[in-house]
Design a protein around this ligand. Structure first.
Ligand SMILES: Nc1ncnc2c1ncn2[C@@H]1O[C@H](COP(=O)(O)OP(=O)(O)OP(=O)(O)O)[C@@H](O)[C@H]1O
Length: 442
């Protein structure tokens, strides 16, 4: 469906939403600053669909919240229709990933609730709610309760709530990541139909996603973000005619290009030792890393990372995280867009569980956040440390990271490697048998 307003404009358009030179950090309870965004500038123009694409944790949702006026950035300017934002952006409504429905209210009541909160007169509330419910294809379900609805239908209610506010810009934060793949395809097409129809419908859409196919299908411009801290890597314009077909050679070529761009950014061709030196623990579970190595070994030891994601049914960004973790442990190498087992990776795949744990242990102890804790535990007469010691080590080594998330990964890896045990009840870390002093040569 061609959208006239998305055609290239002869005169420069002024943006609806805009941020310039925005940096943002969160103050963590430890007093540390978590730098989330660095010097981000971007705009959403009338009539366009803009997607924010990037790895988990790069700050996509934070950008969306800043543009919506839910968060005031630490530094930089935010405008709506050219005016500095003061409070919530007037023409914006948001569809959240989590649906955010009131379970005790029916479909109609859920939609009416946001309109009542917006202080619209009662007749207007009823008319707009009915209109929005029809628009998202939920006529006949007005009296149903969220528990009676499928994930896709719940998200339709989320969309009806946002659309009933008649926003100029619809913000969608990973709206389809919790619904099944076929429903997601249908919902994306329906959103674009609503957007293309116009009249009182949103002029523009800002979509947060980590699904490359989704952004290639939906967006006019794709803002590719990098992480730690989040920043704009590049902006890719997508002028493919609508309606688009996921399987068309043009869409597949764009998916491939975006895939190359992200793989190049996220898995740069640097030696594993250099990657490990940065000491960022990728948010991947030990079992996921082991799963990847076994999967690769069963397929001759090498595969395109995009294909691995598709065949293992994993979100591409998360798969990259698992590959990064495996690379950090010297189990894979990542030339271009391939994940290739290293000789150590092959040996790992062939080893028995104890051999695998021994490899993990050896590699973890090459990282300071594990070796520092091991040294401290050996020194401590009780060979027991409070988790705060580990948290401080994490904050010291990785000040830009969310230390609770890192700690969860740290515990998982250390447990798998039989390196440390963590007792959730008393919050203490102890050496595991394999590394306990009696068995550690002096
Ligand atoms: N209120 C907050 N306080 C502290 N840290 C926060 C807060 N909100 C977000 N963060 C952190 O900021 C970073 C960016 O979060 P954000 O949700 O914007 O990323 P994202 O790219 O949307 O991630 P995802 O794709 O996983 O949802 C993360 O490390 C997150 O843990």
């Amino acid at each position: 469906m061609a959208n006239p307003a998305s055609a290239p404009a002869a005169i420069p358009v002024s943006p609806l939403c805009e941020m310039q030179g925005v940096s943002h950090w969160f103050q963590l309870p430890s007093g540390q600053r978590l730098e989330v965004l660095e010097d981000v500038s971007l705009a959403v123009n009338p009539g366009e669909v803009v997607a924010l694409l990037g790895p988990s944790g790069c700050g996509k949702s934070t950008i969306l919240r800043i543009l919506a006026g839910l968060i005031t950035p630490t530094r930089g300017q935010v405008r709506y229709r050219g005016a500095a934002l003061d409070g919530l952006a007037p023409g914006v409504a948001i569809v959240f990933q989590s649906f955010a429905l009131f379970p005790w209210m029916s479909v109609a009541e859920n939609v009416r609730a946001v309109l009542t909160a917006a202080r619209l007169p009662e007749e207007e509330v009823a008319a707009r709610a009915a209109d929005a419910i029809r628009m998202v294809g939920l006529s006949g379900f007005e009296e149903a309760y969220p528990r009676e609805l499928s994930g896709g239908m719940k998200q339709r209610v989320g969309m009806a709530r946002a659309l009933s506010l008649r926003p100029e810009v619809l913000f969608m934060d990973e709206p389809f990541s919790q619904v099944d793949a076929l429903t997601a395809e249908a919902l994306r097409a329906e959103v674009l139909d609503i957007w293309a129809e116009r009249e009182s419908n949103p002029s523009s859409i800002l979509l947060v996603s980590h699904d490359i196919k989704e952004v290639a299908f939906m967006a006019d411009r794709i803002v590719v973000l990098g992480a730690n801290p989040g920043r704009v890597r590049t902006i890719v314009s997508n002028t493919l005619p609508r309606p688009r077909d996921y399987r068309s050679p043009e869409v597949l070529a764009l998916v491939d290009r975006l895939h190359d761009l992200i793989t190049g950014h996220e898995l740069p061709d640097v030696p594993a030792a250099a990657a490990a030196a940065t000491e960022v623990l990728p948010q991947a579970g030990a079992n996921e890393i082991v799963g990847l190595i076994e999967w690769l070994a069963a397929r001759g030891g090498r595969e395109d990372v995009f294909r691995i994601a598709a065949e293992t049914n994993r979100e591409f960004g998360h798969l990259l995280t698992i590959v990064k973790a495996a690379e950090m442990l010297d189990l894979v190498d990542t030339p271009k867009r391939l994940a290739v087992l290293t000789p150590e990776g092959r040996a790992f795949a062939a080893a028995d569980p104890d051999g695998r744990k021994a490899h993990f242990r050896k590699k973890l102890l090459e990282l300071r956040i594990f070796s520092d804790v091991r040294d401290a535990l050996l020194e401590e007469p009780s060979h027991r440390l409070d988790r705060d010691f580990v948290l401080e080590t994490i904050v010291l080594r990785m000040p830009a990271e969310d230390y609770e998330r890192v700690f969860a990964v740290w515990v998982g890896w250390a447990r798998y490697a039989d390196l440390f045990a963590y007792d959730e009840d008393d919050g203490t870390v102890t050496l595991q048998e394999a590394t306990a002093p009696a068995q550690t040569p002096a």
